[in-house]
Design a protein. Structure first.
Length: 53
């Protein structure tokens, strides 16, 4: 597995709309800002999503 360097930190809102290659990552939050779900579609077999508070 390899890392993707974006050149800067991304907010979760920016990452929620990121589309890279054949993998789409979607992060959903409740109205209090808590993460309620992370889903991926496409070829995401080597993708790790880490959300840090």
């Amino acid at each position: 597995m390899s890392d993707i360097a974006f050149g800067q930190s991304l907010t979760d809102a920016e990452l929620a709309e990121f589309r890279g290659g054949a993998c789409t990552v979607t992060i959903t939050r409740d109205r209090n800002g808590n993460v309620t779900g992370v889903s991926t579609t496409g070829d995401c077999s080597n993708v790790n999503v880490i959300i840090q508070a």
